[in-house]
Design a protein around this ligand. Structure first.
Ligand code: NAD
Ligand code: ZN
Length: 407
């Protein structure tokens, strides 16, 4: 699969002199394209796309590579680090590993820690990596976001090869153009849009995940299906018991179709760098981001998105935009996959009695630049935007969600 997008940049340069004003209007386009590979065991030489991705360009010198690996991956696969070193040694005529794989804390720990991210930048400079060098980042979405951010800053951007190691990063977080970290108590408050050099989705890495981590990618698949592809939504409903049983073939299918839909959106939506105020792919995310921060990130992104889309689907059915049977089927499917849709944070109240979750709407509004635009399915497979949400209706649908998910 190759992703192709066009970035249009139109800065305006205005020169003022005492006598007259003058303007040069500059426009140029930067075509962006990168491959997203699907394989099993990238560090074996059997049908692995890795060498194809990292080998030097024709006539170029040996490619210098630094590997940064998520601690969770390292713990699940203790021999992987030495396998990686052997793989590079056996291709020494084309690639050079500048140091043993650098192990970094997994999850939000790295994303929250700018000193650790600065440490990675220091290392990239210490090893004299240049703009032809490759950073191979292996990890979950949080590690990929943070390593991608560091990589984009060194010499204004080294080549980043992402090897996502969770279901959610293989179908969403690891395949797009966003990189960043958490600062000032907020999520993704600092970051850049930068396309990777390549993405390699290695299904073998998913074997290391706990059941909860494994199911995390499922909610993003329902999210994108509900707003873009009714047939995929129906397929996911059917697959949900198998997904709940950790069926690998079902997950392969889910990841591939979900990745296709995300990539297609980035390439064709006309707003790959999110300059506009609508964010269709953030369906269900206003409450998801709030639940994550309210829980001190103990609620994972995947679980939070499951709750967020369930709540917004019930709200959309109240508006008459989708059938209530469809919203109920979504809740049933998410429960069948094993999601807990009613953590205590969902109904937590502030001193004045109001739902704390509702603060998520204001925070989302602020993130969007002052005016609220939320996308809801209408009907399944398409979207309609709303610019406000009725707090009483949200409370009702929240109670509805509690009742349905406990039924
Ligand atoms: N850039 C984007 O477009 C984008 C999109 C969606 C989400 N995100 C971000 O992605 C993050 C969530 O990513 P995630 O769901 O991949 O989880 P994660 O990165 O938080 O990882 C979850 C846990 O799994 C461990 N882990 C990772 N791979 C493993 C493996 N193969 N075996 C065993 N353990 C493993 C990690 O160490 C961590 O403890 C959030 O920070 C979210 O904001 C980014
Ligand atoms: Zn998400």
């Amino acid at each position: 699969m190759t992703f192709t997008g066009i970035i249009v940049n139109k800065p305006t340069i205005t020169l003022y002199t005492p006598a007259m004003s003058h303007r040069i209007h500059q426009t140029f386009q930067v075509p962006l394209s990168y491959p997203v590979h699907f394989c099993r065991d990238a560090f074996s030489d059997h049908e692995s796309p890795l060498l194809e991705v990292v080998k030097p360009e024709a006539g170029g010198s040996v490619r210098r590579v630094m590997v940064v690996m998520d601690e969770g991956v390292h713990q699940a696969f203790p021999r992987l680090s030495s396998r990686i070193q052997s793989w590079f040694a056996s291709h020494a005529d084309q690639v050079q590993l500048v140091c043993p794989p650098e192990i970094v804390p997994g999850g939000e720990t790295l994303k929250n820690d700018y000193r650790c991210i600065m440490g990675l930048i220091d290392q990239m400079l210490e090893y004299h990596l240049c703009r032809h060098s490759v950073i191979l980042a292996i990890g979950g979405g949080a590690v990929l976001d943070a390593v991608g951010f560091a990589t984009s800053l060194v010499h204004r951007g080294l080549r980043l090869v992402r090897m996502p190691s969770t279901t959610l990063s293989q179908n969403d977080a690891g395949i797009g153009v966003k990189n960043g970290m958490n600062l000032h108590g907020g999520k993704n408050t600092v970051g850049v849009f930068a396309a990777p050099f390549a993405v390699i989705n290695d299904a073998a890495l998913l074997k290391g995940l706990t059941d909860a981590q494994w199911r995390d990618g499922i909610s993003e698949a329902f999210k994108v299906a509900m707003i873009k592809d009714r047939a995929f939504f129906e397929e996911l409903l059917e697959m949900s018991p198998a997904l709940g049983q950790r069926d690998e073939a079902a997950m392969d299918r889910l990841i591939q179709r979900c990745a296709e839909l995300h990539l297609e959106h980035i390439a064709t939506s006309g707003d790959p760098f999110e300059l506009g105020s609508a964010r269709p792919l953030d369906f269900g995310h206003w409450s998801a981001h709030k639940l994550e921060s309210m829980s001190g990130y103990r609620i994972s992104h995947g679980q939070a998105v499951a709750i967020g889309i369930a709540l917004d689907a019930l709200y959309a059915s109240r508006l008459g935009w989708i059938a209530s049977s469809e919203a109920h089927a979504l809740v049933d499917a998410l429960v069948a996959c094993g999601f807990d849709l009613t953590p205590p944070q969902l109904t937590q109240r502030l001193g004045d009695g109001s739902l704390q979750l509702l603060q998520g709407l204001d925070e989302f509004r602020e993130h969007l630049g002052g005016s609220l635009t939320l996308s809801l399915p209408s009907p399944i497979g398409a979207i309609q935007d709303v610019h406000e949400m009725n707090a009483d209706w949200i409370e009702d649908e929240l109670q509805n969600l509690v009742t349905l998910s406990c039924a």
